[in-house]
Design a protein around this ligand. Structure first.
Ligand SMILES: NC(=O)C1=CN([C@@H]2O[C@H](COP(=O)(O)OP(=O)(O)OC[C@H]3O[C@@H](n4cnc5c(N)ncnc54)[C@H](OP(=O)(O)O)[C@@H]3O)[C@@H](O)[C@H]2O)C=CC1
Ligand SMILES: O=C1O[C@H](COP(=O)(O)O)[C@@H](O)[C@H](O)[C@H]1O
Length: 536
């Protein structure tokens, strides 16, 4: 059966041709004006070439040669145990650490190296390799190199940490390396409120010399504290020494956003407002906050996840093709997208929530108004995305745990008199990542009726290759000095500008929601007409 075309279809066909042309122009950077002069478009071909070069570099990666002292600040904390220590163990098992390296735990607590070794061991038993023997092997490998020294404090005399770093520099520097050649990486796995004082202390005690410093997120907690922190940081460190981490940028699937789009015209061609109706970046979590109640109550979902991970992923989706894959090109392209984020419109585009029972959790202040849920409609004011809502949602104690980026594509709505189903490109960011394409197809059988099908590619099925967890991947980048997946002051300044309304007097009251639900019902309207793809 060959359907006849109606006048409307012909009109759509013509527009579709224009769309392809328009999309190509956008992909080639021809018609997507910048919100800032940092926009850095390039051609798909140039991008593919530079991507191939980076892939070759990764495939041939051997252990870095320069000796490393990895100073883990907040070594007893949640992040250290759940992510950073397992990430180091992964790099060690994969042979991606230098032959000569040491792990130096630090913090306020007066514990000794044996206590710290026990922390490392129990971290790997719980969060390390699933295989017990592999976990023991990883713990043996790390504890053999681990020691602990108490943190230096601003305004106080040199502490144990200064001496421990100096001693390790000498121990690790043999052969061609002098003590000064040893790279010291300070990883600040501590609450963001402590970044300023620890940075000052590192400067005062001479610990910034020849070092790289990794700052966890959020980098600042408001536009003002961001500026203050950045001034303090630049007072003691050069920008190339600073690595502001956002581990969502290190996820395999997030990195695949580049490849999927810039290396494949099938996707690159539709990556614009002509073809995309909505973008959804949805990170519901079943997770509770009981283990980190104090930190969480002072932070909340919007600061913990929205201005950080969800904004960065939105920028990854939205950015123009960069000229190359190095930090000098990727970061400016990502930042140019952030510079086009419109400040959040609290009256129409933001819903905050707090799960029932939150205030009864030990460590949560009575009458706390901290948000455990946030849904926001973000607008990106440039030619590529004007009019396309970026729907961002995340929360604790929700119905499911998922991390999904979905481009909801425009469809003709009706074909052969039948309703056309959804058309979506989506990436699952959790675990090793996956790409899913949902599209309208012919339903099998004698009649020409329409159905919906989904094709799924698990990224760890792509051979040859073995995925790296985000923390392992980003720590490796710090060691080799690759800053392309780290945030920069310019991008963060614009992120804070767009987020600032949520810190002002008009911040909405969090609405109650039932644990195990999809958050307050009021968040549904943000995703109209189609609703949230993952649920409710
Ligand atoms: N936990 C997670 O899942 C994730 C956390 N992050 C980020 O990592 C950082 C750390 O988070 P998390 O580990 O959960 O936090 P924790 O509350 O577990 O704190 C980590 C460590 O910081 C030290 N610390 C706490 N308060 C102070 C202080 N006032 N001065 C100096 N040191 C202090 C403590 O060590 P000691 O008592 O030994 O000094 C503590 O163990 C935060 O910036 C967070 O946003 C990022 C991604 C995920
Ligand atoms: O940074 C954070 O991220 C985790 C979620 O990330 P995942 O990739 O480790 O699942 C979130 O639970 C936490 O609240 C936040 O601080």
């Amino acid at each position: 059966m060959i359907p006849s075309l109606s006048a409307g279809d012909i009109g759509r066909g013509d527009r579709a041709l224009e769309d392809v042309d328009g999309a190509q122009r956008m992909n080639n950077g021809g018609s997507a004006p910048a919100c800032s002069s940092r926009d850095a478009p390039q051609t798909v071909v140039a991008w593919v070439t530079s991507h191939r070069r980076r892939q070759e570099a990764i495939v041939t990666t051997t252990a870095p040669e320069r000796p490393v002292i990895f100073v883990l600040h907040g070594a007893r904390g949640d992040l250290a145990k759940r992510m950073v220590i397992p990430g180091l163990a992964e790099l060690s098992a994969r042979g991606l650490l230098p032959e000569r390296w040491a792990l130096l735990g630090t913090g306020r607590a007066a514990i000794d190296s044996a206590d710290f070794a026990q922390i490392v061991r129990s971290s790997l038993e719980t969060f390390g390799p699933a295989d017990k023997a592999a976990a023991t092997q990883a713990a043996d490998a790390l504890t053999a190199r681990a020691s602990y020294a108490q943190e230096v404090v601003e305004g106080e005399p040199d502490g144990a940490l200064t001496g421990a770093v100096a001693a390790l520099r000498h121990t690790l520097a043999t052969g061609d390396n002098t003590p000064d050649d040893v790279l010291v990486i300070h990883y600040l796995a501590v609450p963001p409120t402590t970044f300023v004082s620890i940075t000052r202390a590192l400067g005062e005690h001479g610990l910034t010399k020849g070092s790289r410093v990794v700052y966890e997120k959020p980098y600042g907690t408001s536009p003002d504290s961001f500026r203050e922190l950045d001034d303090v940081v630049h007072g003691v460190l050069k920008e190339e020494q600073v690595f502001r981490i956002d581990h969502f940028l290190g996820k395999e699937a997030t990195q695949n956003l580049h490849v999927l789009r810039f290396a494949n015209e099938l996707f690159g061609g539709v990556w614009n407002r002509e073809h995309v109706e909505q973008v959804q970046i949805d990170v519901p979590e079943t997770l509770d906050i009981t283990d980190r109640a104090e930190f969480y109550d002072a932070t909340g979902a919007a600061l913990d996840m929205l201005v950080t991970h969800l904004f960065q992923v939105a920028a990854e989706v939205a950015m123009e093709p960069p000229h190359g894959l190095d930090a000098d090109h990727v970061s400016p392209a990502r930042e140019a997208a952030i510079s086009c984020f419109r400040p959040l419109d609290l009256a129409h585009d933001v819903v905050l929530g707090q799960f029932d029972g939150y205030q009864a959790v030990a460590g949560i202040a009575d009458g706390s108004t901290t948000d455990t849920f946030v849904a926001a409609r973000l607008w990106i004011d440039n030619d590529r995305w004007r009019g396309v809502p970026f729907l961002l949602r995340t929360g604790k104690r929700m119905a499911v745990s998922a991390q999904r980026v979905t481009l909801v594509l425009r469809t003709p709505k009706e074909l052969f008199g039948e309703e056309v189903g959804p058309d979506r490109i989506s990436l699952s960011l959790s675990g090793d990542g996956a790409i899913e394409i949902t599209t309208t197809v012919k339903r099998p059988g004698p009649d020409l009726t329409l159905g919906t099908g989904t094709a799924r590619l698990a990224l760890d099925d792509v051979a040859p290759g073995e995925p790296l967890s985000p923390y392992a991947s980003l720590v490796h980048d710090v060691i080799i000095g690759d800053r392309s997946l780290f945030t920069t002051p310019a991008g963060l300044r614009d992120a804070w500008r767009a987020f600032a309304p949520l810190l002002g007097p008009d911040r909405p009251q969090p609405l109650p929601y039932r644990p195990g639900s999809w958050g307050p019902a009021e968040a549904r309207a943000l995703a109209a007409p189609g609703g949230w793809v993952l649920g409710d």
